[in-house]
Design a protein around this ligand. Structure first.
Ligand code: ACO
Length: 405
C-alpha cells in the first residue's frame, strides 16, 4: 500500500506535474511562444522578422537589454564583444586534458564550467554591471571555446579570434582558417550561420534554460550555471536532436528501405525508435523556426553540385516529412518537424562535423541562458528553485538488524 504522506498537508495547494507540462516555473518578459499557432517572438518581435532583418549580435542585445539597439548602442556592443573574445591563456591547457576523441559537448561543458574559476572573486551576482560583464564574456568567448573544441579533436593549432571579422565569420575562421593566412568565408555560409544563431537564441523555459535558472537560483556562479545548461542541452531529446536527425537520415539512406518502414517503426509503441527532429512539447503546429531553416537549406544547397550527398539527405528529409505528415498517427498527435529537423543538413553543407552540431546550438543559446539568468537575478521576488516530489515509497518501518534480513 502506498502512504501518501501527511507531508503535503501544510503546504497549501500541491500539484503533481511530471515534466512540468502545465506548470510555469517563473514569469518572464523575454520570449513569447504560442504553441497552438506556431508563434515565436523575442521581446515582442516575431522570429520571422528578426531572421530577415536582424543580426545575431543585435538579437543578443535585444534579448538581454529588452530593446533593439540604436546605431551607437550596437557599435558599442559589438566593440565590447570584440574586447572580450580572447580567453585566458591558461584556459588553453584544459583542452590538453581531454582525449582527442572526446565529444566536443563534453569539452564545452568542462571549459565553460572552467570559466567560473577565472571569473569568480570579481563576480557579484547582485551587481548589475558584473552581470552585464558576465554576459559579454560569455557571448564573446563561446565561439572561441567552441571552435577550439573542434580543433583539439582534429589536432590542429588553435586560431585566435580576429576582431576585424563579423561574429559568425570569426567563428568560421577559428574553425576552418589557417593561422596567419587571410581567410575568406563563403558569404552565404556566414549569413546562414547568423540566421541559425538567431533562431536558436532563446526558447523560454526549455530543459537547458530551466536548468540554468535552477542552478543560478542558488546564487551559483553564472559560468557554472551556463555549464549546467550545456550539459542539459546535450541530450538527444533536446539539443542533441540535430545530430540524431542526421544519423537517422543516413541510416534511412543506407538501408535502402522505404520511408514508410521508418514511419511504421516510429508509430510502434514496442519500438523505442522515434522520428528525430519531430514533435515538440509546446509546438502543436509547425515550428516557425523549422520553416525558416528549411528555406535556408535550399539556399545553401543550391550552391552544391547535383550529386552532392547533402542534397540526397535534404531530399530524404523532405520526403520523410511528407510521409509522416500524411499519417494519422503524426496528425492526431500534432507532430511536426522542429528546428532540428533541417538545421543539420545546413551544418553538413558548411563542413561542420556531426559531433559539433549541438555545440553550435549551445553557442547560440548562451544568450538565452544568460538573459534568463539575469532576469531572474533582477527579480527581487525570485527564490531558490526547489521542486517538491510525490513520495511513493515505503511507509515508516523499523530498522532490521542485518542478521535478521
Ligand atoms: N516520433 C514518434 N512519435 C513521437 C515523437 C516522435 N519524434 N514525438 C512524440 N511522439 C509521440 C509519443 O510516442 C507520444 O505518443 P502516445 O501519446 O501514443 O504515447 C506522443 O507523441 C506525445 O509525445 P511525448 O513524448 O509525450 O511528448 P513530449 O512533449 O514529452 O516530448 C519531444 C517532446 C521530447 C520533443 C518528443 O517529441 C521527441 O522525443 N522528439 C524527438 C526528439 C527531438 O526532435 N527533440 C528536439 C526537440 S526541439 C529542441 O529541443 C530544440
Amino acid at each position: 500500500t502506498i502512504d501518501i504522506r501527511p507531508l503535503y498537508k501544510n503546504t497549501g495547494f500541491f500539484t503533481f506535474d511530471p515534466g512540468y507540462v502545465s506548470t510555469a516555473s517563473c514569469s518572464s518578459n523575454i520570449t513569447y511562444m504560442d504553441g497552438e499557432n506556431g508563434i515565436l517572438e523575442y521581446r515582442g518581435y516575431p522570429i520571422e522578422q528578426l531572421a530577415k532583418h536582424s543580426s545575431y549580435l543585435e538579437t543578443c542585445y535585444l534579448l538581454f537589454y529588452g530593446e533593439l539597439p540604436d546605431t551607437k548602442q550596437l557599435e558599442d556592443f559589438e566593440t565590447n564583444i570584440n574586447n572580450h573574445n580572447m580567453v585566458h591563456e591558461a584556459l588553453k591547457s584544459f583542452y590538453n586534458g581531454f582525449r582527442r576523441d572526446a565529444h566536443p559537448m563534453a569539452i564545452m561543458m568542462g571549459v565553460t564550467g572552467a570559466l567560473s574559476a577565472f571569473y569568480h572573486y570579481n563576480m557579484d551576482i547582485h551587481n548589475k554591471a558584473h552581470r552585464e560583464r558576465a554576459m559579454l564574456r560569455l557571448i564573446a568567448k563561446m565561439p572561441t571555446i567552441a571552435a577550439w573544441s573542434f580543433r583539439h579533436a582534429k589536432g590542429l593549432p588553435f586560431i585566435y579570434p580576429d576582431s576585424s571579422l563579423s561574429y559568425s565569420e570569426n567563428f568560421l575562421y577559428m574553425m576552418f582558417g589557417v593561422p596567419t593566412t587571410p581567410y575568406v568565408a563563403n558569404p552565404s555560409h556566414v549569413k546562414a550561420l547568423d540566421v541559425l544563431m538567431i533562431l536558436h537564441a532563446d526558447h523560454e523555459q526549455n530543459a537547458s534554460t530551466s536548468t540554468v535558472r535552477l542552478s543560478g537560483s542558488s546564487d551559483a556562479n553564472p559560468f557554472a550555471a551556463v555549464a549546467a545548461g550545456v550539459a542539459t542541452l546535450w541530450g538527444p531529446a533536446h539539443g542533441g536532436a540535430n545530430e540524431a536527425v542526421i544519423r537517422m537520415l543516413q541510416d534511412i539512406i543506407d538501408s535502402g528501405k522505404p520511408l514508410e518502414d521508418f514511419v511504421a517503426r516510429a508509430k510502434d509503441p514496442e519500438d523505442k525508435f522515434r522520428l528525430m527532429g519531430f514533435g515538440h512539447r509546446v509546438y502543436k503546429a509547425y515550428d516557425p523556426r523549422a520553416r525558416i531553416v528549411h528555406e535556408i537549406c535550399h539556399d545553401i544547397l543550391r550552391e552544391l553540385p547535383e550529386d552532392s550527398p547533402h542534397k540526397a539527405m535534404l531530399d530524404t528529409a523532405m520526403k520523410l516529412e511528407e510521409v509522416a505528415l500524411s499519417d494519422d498517427y503524426f496528425k492526431s498527435r500534432n507532430l511536426y518537424p522542429n528546428v532540428d529537423f533541417y538545421s543539420g543538413v545546413i551544418f553538413l553543407a558548411m563542413d561542420i562535423p556531426l559531433n559539433m552540431f549541438t555545440v553550435m546550438f549551445a553557442m547560440a543559446r548562451t544568450i538565452g541562458w544568460i538573459s534568463q539568468w539575469n532576469e531572474m537575478r533582477e527579480d527581487e521576488q525570485s527564490r531558490i528553485g526547489r521542486p517538491r516530489q510525490l513520495y511513493m515509497g515505503e511507509a515508516t518501518r523499523d530498522y532490521v538488524d542485518i542478521s535478521k534480513r
